[in-house]
Design a protein around this ligand. Structure first.
Ligand code: FO1
Length: 317
């Protein structure tokens, strides 16, 4: 079975770990969000691709869900001693090596997709990890800080500001000019199942879908498309999805997120048992829906979610 998954960072990576356990024989292609990418200290950092690679490759810091296990921060401290920031973004020494290799290969002319493949040679994540695009896309967020309206990089909004200000607009800069990376459209066309994990529907999956051709390829694929709600009981399970959902005028409910994706895209939608009363509303909108436990408390609970998604896909076929 060929499964294609559109993934953001922590939520996407943890879901993939469960999916691999639920479907060990499946050929899994991951289309990763690169809108969170940021250039720091002359290096290109790809947080979502790295989170998937480290999580599936056994190198992730399990407690925080991003960055490397057993990390130290000597380089960051030395940079700070020179007065070189930003200091609000936690790049560790081990992680730095990944960004140095990536930046060196990009400078030598390799596209991000080839660089990602090379990095995965080390980590062996057990999936084919593709960036959504080889072209630069950067999500920016419009905020008003101290009475001044300005636009900040997504990482500054998420990490420095901890999403404490309202997101007034979410702009995937460059997305309209970007092309899907090699293999992305081919994987979607050949898929047996397409899954949208409980990643952020705006800044993770929304950014992937904003690359011209990807939304059309998902919606037009022969494979059933099933998503899992990142909203449980009216609040995001993790992160600050409610802030960016509000920016695009979407309520933070499981049913509203399904409506946001749309019946043209989704064949099936899983909501948590806490949101069982949303099932009828989602189904009335033309999307098959089931209520099942959606808390990724461990690999077994997450594998059970993945099995439910595959079963709903089978029923929706
Ligand atoms: N998240 C934080 O909350 N604080 C950090 O300092 C931080 C650093 C960081 C470095 C590398 C990396 O791959 C991820 C990092 N993240 C950090 C996570 C990241 O900001 C977001 O969780 C994702 O971009 C959202 O998917």
């Amino acid at each position: 079975m060929r499964i294609v998954v559109l993934a953001g960072g922590i939520g996407g990576a943890r879901f993939l770990r469960g999916l691999k356990s639920a479907a060990p024989a499946a050929e899994i292609t991951v289309i990763g969000n690169t809108g969170d990418d940021i250039h720091l200290f002359g290096l290109k950092v790809c947080p979502d691709l790295d989170t998937v690679m480290y999580t599936l490759g056994g190198g992730i810091n399990e407690d925080q869900g991003w960055g490397r296990a057993g990390e130290s921060f000597t380089v960051k401290e030395e940079l700070a001693a020179y007065g070189v920031g930003p200091t609000w973004f936690g790049l560790g020494d081990r992680d730095f090596a990944t960004h140095i290799v990536r930046t060196q290969m990009l400078a030598a002319g390799y596209p991000l997709s080839a660089v990602t493949e090379a990095l995965c040679d080390r980590w062996q994540p057990g999936v084919r990890l593709l960036p959504m695009s080889d072209d630069r896309v950067e999500t920016h967020i419009a905020v008003t800080e101290n009475g001044e309206r300005r636009v900040v990089h997504f990482q500054e909004y998420w990490v420095r500001l901890r999403a404490s200000l309202d997101a007034e607009a979410v702009v995937p800069v460059g997305a309209d000019q970007a092309k899907p990376a090699p293999g992305v459209l081919e994987a979607l066309a050949a898929a047996d199942v397409i899954l949208l994990p409980p990643s952020n529907p705006v800044v993770s999956i929304g950014t992937i879908l904003a690359v011209p051709g990807i939304r059309e390829a998902v919606a037009g694929a022969a494979a059933p498309v099933v998503g899992l709600s990142p909203i449980v009981g009216g609040a995001p399970v993790r992160g600050m999805a409610d802030k960016v959902l509000a920016a695009v005028g979407v309520e933070s409910t499981a049913a509203a997120v399904a409506r946001h994706y749309g019946a043209d895209l989704l064949d099936g939608w899983l909501v948590d048992t806490a949101d069982a009363d949303a099932v009828a509303e989602v189904e009335a909108g033309g999307i098959a829906c089931r209520a099942v436990p959606l808390m990724m408390t461990g690999t077994e609970a997450t594998a059970a979610m993945a099995r439910e998604a595959l079963s709903l896909a089978e029923a929706a076929r």
